[in-house]
Design a protein around this ligand. Structure first.
Ligand SMILES: Cc1cc2nc3c(=O)[nH]c(=O)nc-3n(C[C@H](O)[C@H](O)[C@H](O)COP(=O)(O)OP(=O)(O)OC[C@H]3O[C@@H](n4cnc5c(N)ncnc54)[C@H](O)[C@@H]3O)c2cc1C
Length: 463
């Protein structure tokens, strides 16, 4: 008999006034009892709409039934059939706009907490089992993978399981992509990401760090070196700026630099780690996506008294996950919506001292379908801030495409690749994730890595 409660079983969280001073994980996860109780809310319906809402088609009702029966290890194996990074997806996937959005239970109440259950199962497995698979026998065919974010890790894991000899080339000194350098510890503990990376290494995947492809080797050189296929999963790490006066003052960061200093270089543990980060009493974060929320919540944790989210549209148009907006508000972040910066003002010695903004109104819908923000005449005003963090989007770095012959790119820098195979205009080179779609999500990047692994296998079998 299904549990017909219209509400999800709540997941315990750190208190907002405590957690906004530390970098420990905010959400604490379900206990076994909570997970079983939530799992019994699933109706195990015939048409399983949730499965089609998941970009990697996790067998959701099947794994949830196993949780309801207390068979947690089997539930993990079921998820792993299609999702190689469940502990990560259970934490950061936008389930509210994917599987949970079309859950039948959402018609008359809250959906089944699919993300929380996925996270529970993955964490339970890491804590209680965590066995590693035997290294697959290799077929001696070499594949190079550029970047080590979720697209690349998925592609590498799948290819290694098929017997290929896989080498990942990563520009940073630590693998993991945005999972390591972008998403903060309080949302995604790095230990969890490291464990997933270790599992991929146990399959025989070699990870070479500090290898900036396009500088150390070009893709053409890697092909000459004997790699028979290449997957490019180099992401979209080049920050966009607003091009307003004052953007080059001291105290202005791109969200990417700010978060990289904190996550990858552990600036929040300065001077134990030697990367500093300058943070004023008043901080403005410009943007309304997940990146902006992460930057604002990190600034608060670093001791800023007033942290403002400055967003030019209304809260309804904010691209950030609802949960992130909710958590940010609970932690005391101040939302200034329908507000756009026009210039950043500096002190005589070149540091930020304030920002001039203008209020906005929503006009007719633009090409994205969202109502276009238009400035309200005479509404200019000054906000006193000492730090400005720009989080208005990222693009792919042109380094790889500009150093490769015959690789077609979009005007905005993305690599052109077939949606179902990742094949690019150049023979033997495949691409997927943010470098193809522009900044998107972890699960979409993983889906692209998975499809590319299958296509690379097909391609290499025919060689
Ligand atoms: C702060 C932040 C928060 C986010 N929050 C969420 C969230 O909550 N949920 C969600 O689903 N998505 C979120 N995203 C988006 C998500 O993280 C990305 O869509 C996803 O990581 C893209 O994966 P990828 O594998 O394509 O690239 P990335 O994760 O960007 O990895 C690319 C890797 O390639 C490396 N690289 C780049 N150039 C080279 C080169 N020339 N040579 C070698 N290596 C290179 C980079 O160093 C990097 O490690 C967030 C993004 C950011 C920045």
């Amino acid at each position: 008999m299904a549990n017909m409660s219209p509400k999800k079983v709540e997941m315990p969280e750190q208190n907002p006034n405590e957690r906004n001073k530390n970098f420990l994980e905010v959400a604490l996860g379900y206990t076994e009892q909570m997970a079983i109780e939530e799992a019994t809310r699933c109706l195990n319906c015939k048409h399983k709409p949730c499965v089609s809402g998941c970009p990697v088609n996790v067998k959701i009702p099947e794994f949830i039934t196993l949780v309801a029966d207390g068979k947690f290890e089997e539930a993990y194996e079921k998820i792993k059939e299609t999702n190689s990074l469940p502990a990560i997806c259970g934490r950061v996937c936008p389930q509210e706009s994917q599987c949970e959005q079309i859950c039948v239970r959402a018609k008359k109440g809250e959906s089944v907490a699919i993300g929380r259950l996925e996270r529970f199962v993955a964490d339970w497995y890491i804590k209680n089992v965590n066995s590693s698979k035997d290294k697959p026998t290799t077929n001696n065919k070499k594949v190079a993978i550029i970047g080590s974010g979720p697209a690349s890790l998925t592609c590498a894991g799948d290819l290694a399981n098929m017997g290929y000899s896989v080498t990942i080339f990563e520009a940073f000194h630590v693998p993991g992509g945005v999972l390591m350098y972008g998403i903060p510890e309080f949302r995604l503990p790095k230990e969890i990401v490291q464990k997933e990376i270790d599992k991929i290494k146990q399959l025989g995947v070699e990870i070479k760090t500090n290898m900036v492809i396009g500088k150390v080797f070009s893709l053409d050189e890697l092909l000459e070196e004997g790699y028979q296929a290449i997957f490019v999963g180099s992401g979209a790490g080049l920050p966009n700026f607003m091009s307003i006066p004052g953007e080059n003052l001291n105290g202005v960061y791109s969200a990417n630099e700010f978060l990289t200093r904190i996550n990858l270089m552990k600036a929040y543990r300065f001077p134990e780690y030697d990367t500093p980060v300058v943070i004023g009493k008043n901080v403005a974060v410009i943007g309304g996506g997940n990146v902006a929320m992460d930057a604002a919540r990190s600034a608060k944790r670093l001791g800023a008294e007033n942290v403002y989210i400055i967003y030019r549209r209304s809260e309804d148009e904010m691209p950030a996950r609802l949960e992130e907006v909710h958590h940010a508000k609970e932690e005391g972040i101040i939302f200034k919506v329908l507000t756009n910066p026009t210039s950043i003002l500096g002190t005589d010695d070149g540091w930020v001292k304030a920002m001039e903004c203008i209020e906005m109104e929503l006009g007719e819908p633009d090409s994205s379908g969202r109502r276009r923000p238009v400035p309200k005449e005479g509404s200019q005003h000054i906000i006193d801030v000492e730090t400005v963090i720009v989080a208005i989007g990222q693009s792919p770095n042109p380094l790889i495409s500009s150093t490769t012959t015959g690789l077609e790119t979009q005007k905005w820098g993305g690599i052109v690749a077939d949606e179902s195979t990742g094949a690019t205009s150049k023979k033997g080179i495949f691409a997927g994730g943010d470098v193809v779609t522009g900044a998107a999500t972890v699960i979409l990047a993983m889906g692209a890595g998975k499809k590319a692994a299958e296509a690379i296998d097909e391609y290499l079998k025919k060689l």
